[in-house]
Design a protein around this ligand. Sequence first.
Ligand code: AMP
Length: 282
Amino acid sequence: MKVIHTEADWNKYWLDCIKTDKNIGLVPTMGALHQGHLDLVRQAKSSTDIVIASIFVNPTQFNNQEDFDNYPITLEQDLEKLEKEKVDYVFVPDTDTMYPSQPKLSIDFGELERVLEGAFRPGHFNGVGIIVAKLFNIIRPHKAFFGQKDLQQTGIIKRLVSDLSIPVQLEIVPTRREKDGLAMSSRNVRLSQEERQASLLLYSSLTKAKEELLAKQPWLKVQQQIHRDFEQAPLAKLEYFELIHPESFEGYSEFDLKQKSSICVAAYIGNVRLIDNLPIIP
Ligand code: AMP
């Protein structure tokens, strides 16, 4: 496994891959790797010839300085994990490599910006769009792998790729959970023991709402009940709990068995902001 830091270094290896007709799979990450990230790596290994993972904590997608400052960094362990998975290359650029100058371009994803993560994290998707476009242009992968855990992010990246005709195939990998249901996230290590317990409310509220919807309870009633559940949990603060179309991200006020739907949730547990989602009608 080769660890590379600059675009120039990658260019040499990229040429070797292309000359030998190898398919390149990219797994973009911000490090602090867990099993969810490794699922992406495994899927990449099974469907491309050469796998390159990237590790870069992208400052422009953080709308909250404290979240950026506290983002866990575990590079040495990350590299060990990737080596075990037989990843071919790891791209670990520094900020000057990714941002030789501050971008003047900003990307407006339209309606997607105004709901869920877009509404609660102003500027976040612009930062995601810019960094993913840069990684695609630098690495030039044939395929790129993203997690369903960040459902709206997958919508943003699909738009980016289709609107800019970027020649990359996207693969979306299911959410990996802890045994008790909590979606794996790099931020989970910041939870205290009590907060870790309280964090179960995200997944339990998703599964409870799904059951009730399928038992024909009206969505607005289900949603109100979940809001009350969160109000009664002292360590939790709900930001949103919405039933949406999983591609347009438009909110529904009623559940319809014949329409695709997912529920998306975001909540603070203590100071840690967590998100999760569950398909209801895929
Ligand atoms: P991050 O390092 O948080 O930016 O995540 C890098 C990639 O891993 C993104 O495509 C995420 O959606 C994906 N990912 C994060 N957590 C999980 C999880 N629990 N299961 C599957 N994929 C995940």
